[in-house]
Design a binder for this molecule. Structure first.
Ligand code: SUD
Ligand code: ADP
Length: 267
């Protein structure tokens, strides 16, 4: 079976509290994007994992696809699989690509071997693999809270806009991003702010990581400012960075940015 795990962006990200388990409580809107990996899994004599496309740092044996397989294998009598991942989603970009791959492995195995798991049960397998992994089970726009793994449905459809994603040449680790944060309670909940017109978001919706990550990597801030100069209604770093997205009324001319950085149109 072949599936196509997609990326996400964070629209707003408020880090509200440090938790006793070392994680942080937060609130964010997860919104799915069209940028996708390709993931194939077929029955085999031995369990194998290989990847092509963008090279994935770290030992292949620690790939989140295998972690997802082992999580289900603990509870179900699964045959060995031959898993091939073609990596297209930029890595360490705040796009949740690794978490998406893991969630899609869970969904693929559930379907291929008729495990009969509900979406809630699949989310329970996804949560320990990564805080944003559970989102990719239902994979539709949600308001996320607690560790980013509890959800409330929201009605958000950006399909009338043109979404653009830019990858500045900076690598921000998620742990580094959280390390530079002073959590603070929110004044107004994102759930309410996101209901307002997109044109109001610039003044009201913020990614809390931006302040300190922009100091460490000024190029990310420059990309965001260039998106606003190019007519973005709203622009923000996604998650812990370094990718930056812009929401436009019409497809913008970003030739300037595209000369230096990877630009994805209509994501
Ligand atoms: C920042 C966010 C925003 O959506 O996304 P990315 O930028 O990674 O895509 C997420 O919170 C990232 O989720 P994810 O990448 O799955 O995190 P995990 O692997 O579970 O955790 C990596 C590290 O981030 C920190 N962490 C993560 C989530 C959270 N709510 N509080 C934390 O403090 C912890 O230090 C943890 O060890
Ligand atoms: N299938 C995978 N795709 C991408 N990264 C993976 C995968 N499996 C494990 N990783 C590890 O997870 C780290 C973060 O990956 P990714 O999900 O792309 O970033 P982010 O947390 O910024 O969204 C990578 O540095 C990589 O070592």
């Amino acid at each position: 079976m072949i599936v196509f795990p997609n990326a996400k962006i964070n629209i707003g990200l408020n880090i509200t509290q440090r938790r006793p388990d070392g994680y942080h409580n937060l609130e964010t809107i997860f919104y799915p994007l069209m940028i996708k990996d390709a993931l194939e899994a077929v029955e085999s004599d031995v369990l194998t994992f290989q990847s092509s496309g963008i090279s994935i740092p770290g030992d292949e044996q620690h790939n989140l696809c295998l972690k997802a397989y082992y999580a289900l294998k603990k509870d179900f009598d699964l045959p060995p699989l031959s898993i091939h991942l073609h990596k297209h989603i930029p890595i360490g970009a705040g796009l949740g690509g690794g978490s998406a791959d893991a969630a899609f492995v869970i969904k693929l195995i559930n379907q291929q071997f008729n495990l009969g798991l509900s979406a809630d049960a699949m989310m329970d397998y996804a949560r320990p693999l990564g805080a944003d992994c559970a989102f990719f089970i239902n994979n539709k726009a949600v308001y996320a809270y607690e560790k980013g793994d509890s959800f409330e449905d929201i009605d958000l459809d950006l399909s009338i806009y043109k979404l653009v994603l830019v990858m500045p040449p900076a690598h921000v680790s998620t742990a580094q991003a959280y390390g530079g944060i002073k959590p603070a309670p929110v004044q107004s909940s994102l759930q309410e702010l996101v209901k307002k017109p997109v044109t109001e978001w610039k003044a009201t919706i913020k990614n809390d990581f931006e302040d300190h990550i922009f100091k460490a990597f000024p190029i990310i801030q420059e990309v965001k400012e260039e998106l606003y100069r190019s007519g973005a209604l709203y622009a923000s770093m996604s998650g812990s960075g370094a990718s930056v997205f812009g929401i436009f009324e019409k497809t913008p001319d970003l030739d300037n940015l595209a000369q230096h950085f990877q630009v994805f149109y209509n994501v």
